[in-house]
Write a protein that binds this ligand. Structure first.
Ligand code: GYE
Length: 380
C-alpha cells in the first residue's frame, strides 16, 4: 500500500539476501523460509530502471511488483516454524487469507523455531516498511525492544497464537487459552479415571517448546489439577512440539519409568505420534484399550485419526485458524477503529464415545465432542 521506491527495493534486496537459502515451510530445512520481498513491492518504471543497478534479487522484486495493483496492504508475518501439523494449518490459513486476491502482499518468514531469527525477521519487516506485522512469538519473553522499534516506525503489530508476556506494545492478540486447555485435560482425566476405577495417577508429560506460552499454559493448567487431586507427575521434558522430540523423550521415559506410569500427556499431536512409536517399540499399550491413558493437544486431522484408531484417549483442541479474525483486526485498524485487544479462539475437547465423560472446569460444565469420520473430515 505504501509507495516505496529505490530505498524499499534495496531493503527488499537486503531481506532477500539476508534470508537466502530459504525454502518452503514444509521442506524440513533448518533455514528460515520466506517468500517476502519477491512479490511484495510496488514500483514504477523509474524505480525498475534504477533497480537494474542493484543485485538480482532487487531486479526480481521490481519485475514481480509491476503487476501489483498499487493498493495492496503489505503484511509481514514472522511464523514460529514448521514443527507440527498445527503449524502447517496455521500457515496455510494465513497464506489463504492474506493473498493478493484478497488485497494483501504477504511477506512470510518461517523462523524455524529460532528466536534470534524471529527478531531478525521482524526487523526486516520494519526495514521493508510494511503496513502491519504479525508475530507468532516462539517464546513469550524478550519482545519489548523490538516492539518499541515497531512502534517507533509506526507499524502496528498483531500477535497471533502464542502470547507475548513482557510487552504490551501491540494492537491486538488472537489465540488460545492454553491454561484452559491444560485444565480441561486434567479435569477430563479425573472424571475418566474415576469412571474406570483408576485411583492412582502417575503421569509423564512431554512438554512443548520451553518458554512458549502454549507450553507454559498447558503445563500450568495440568499441574494445577494434578496438585489438587494429589497425582504424581513423574517427569516433564520437552519434545519441542515435534514428532522426533516426542519419540526421543518417550524412549528415555520407557527406560527410566518402566512399569511405573499409567498416563502420558503430550503437549501436541506430533509429540503423541512420536510417543506412540516409542511405546510400540517398548511393548507398552496405550489408548482406551491399553495400559496407558494417552492425552494430546491440538486435535488436528491426524490427531483425531489416532483418536478414532483408539490410540490417543482424548485430544484437546487448539484452533489454528486465527487468520480470518486477524483480518478483522486489520480491517478495523484500516478504518481508524480500535480492535478488541484479546480474542480467544473457540475450541473443543475430543474423544470416542467410551471416553466421553462429564467434567467441569472451575464449576463450568464442559461439552465433549465425539470423534466421527465427519468430524475428522471437517477438521484441519
Ligand atoms: O500446539 C503446536 C505447535 O503454538 C499452539 O505450536 C501452538 C503450538 C501447537 O507447534 O503443535
Amino acid at each position: 500500500m505504501k509507495k516505496r521506491l529505490l530505498g524499499a527495493l534495496i531493503s527488499s534486496a537486503m531481506v532477500a539476501s539476508l534470508l537466502a537459502g530459504c525454502s518452503s515451510s514444509n521442506s524440513g530445512t533448518t533455514e528460515p523460509v520466506t517468500d517476502g520481498g519477491t512479490e511484495t513491492e510496488q514500483t514504477t518504471e523509474e524505480t525498475a530502471d534504477t533497480a537494474a543497478t542493484v543485485e538480482e534479487a532487487a531486479q526480481e522484486v521490481a519485475e514481480n511488483t509491476e503487476s501489483a495493483d498499487g493498493e495492496l496492504i503489505d503484511i509481514g508475518f514472522a511464523q514460529v516454524g514448521h514443527e507440527s501439523d498445527w503449524r502447517t494449518a496455521s500457515t496455510k490459513s494465513c497464506q489463504d487469507v492474506f493473498s493478493e486476491a484478497n488485497g494483501y502482499n504477504l511477506s512470510f518468514v518461517d523462523c524455524d523455531n529460532d528466536s534470534a531469527a524471529q527478531l531478525e525477521a521482524v526487523r526486516s519487516f520494519i526495514e521493508q516498511d510494511v503496513d502491519y506485522i504479525i508475530i507468532d512469538p516462539i517464546v513469550s519473553t524478550g519482545w519489548d525492544t523490538v516492539l518499541t522499534e515497531c512502534e517507533d516506525a509506526g507499524i502496528p503489530v498483531i500477535v497471533i497464537d502464542r502470547t507475548i508476556d513482557d510487552s504490551d506494545k501491540y494492537a491486538a492478540w488472537v489465540g488460545s487459552d492454553f491454561k484452559q486447555e491444560g485444565l480441561a485435560a486434567g479435569e477430563w482425566l479425573k472424571a475418566y479415571a474415576d469412571s474406570k476405577g483408576i485411583t492412582e495417577i502417575n503421569a509423564l508429560v512431554i512438554s512443548g517448546t520451553t518458554g512458549a506460552s502454549a507450553q507454559i499454559g498447558r503445563s500450568d493448567g495440568f499441574k494445577e489439577v494434578a496438585d489438587s487431586y494429589g497425582w504424581t507427575i513423574l517427569d516433564e521434558q520437552s519434545g519441542d512440539f515435534t514428532e522426533d522430540g516426542g519419540q526421543e523423550v518417550m524412549e528415555s521415559y520407557c527406560k527410566s519409568y518402566e512399569g511405573k506410569f499409567n498416563v502420558v500427556v503430550c503437549q501436541n499431536d506430533n509429540e503423541a505420534f512420536g510417543a506412540m512409536t516409542a511405546m510400540d517399540n517398548a511393548g507398552v499399550t496405550y489408548g482406551p484399550d491399553g495400559d496407558v491413558i494417552l492425552i494430546s493437544f491440538d486435535a488436528c486431522t491426524a490427531g483425531l485419526e489416532e483418536v478414532k484408531a483408539r490410540k490417543i484417549t482424548a485430544d484437546f483442541e487448539c484452533n489454528p485458524l486465527a487468520a480470518p479474525t486477524v483480518e478483522e483486526v486489520i480491517k478495523t485498524l484500516q478504518s481508524g477503529g480500535t480492535p478488541e485487544t484479546e480474542v480467544y479462539m473457540p475450541e473443543h475437547w475430543y474423544a470416542l464415545s467410551d471416553a466421553i465423560v462429564e467434567f467441569s472446569i472451575n464449576g463450568e460444565a464442559q461439552e465433549m465432542t465425539e470423534v466421527t469420520d465427519e468430524v475428522i473430515e471437517a477438521q484441519y
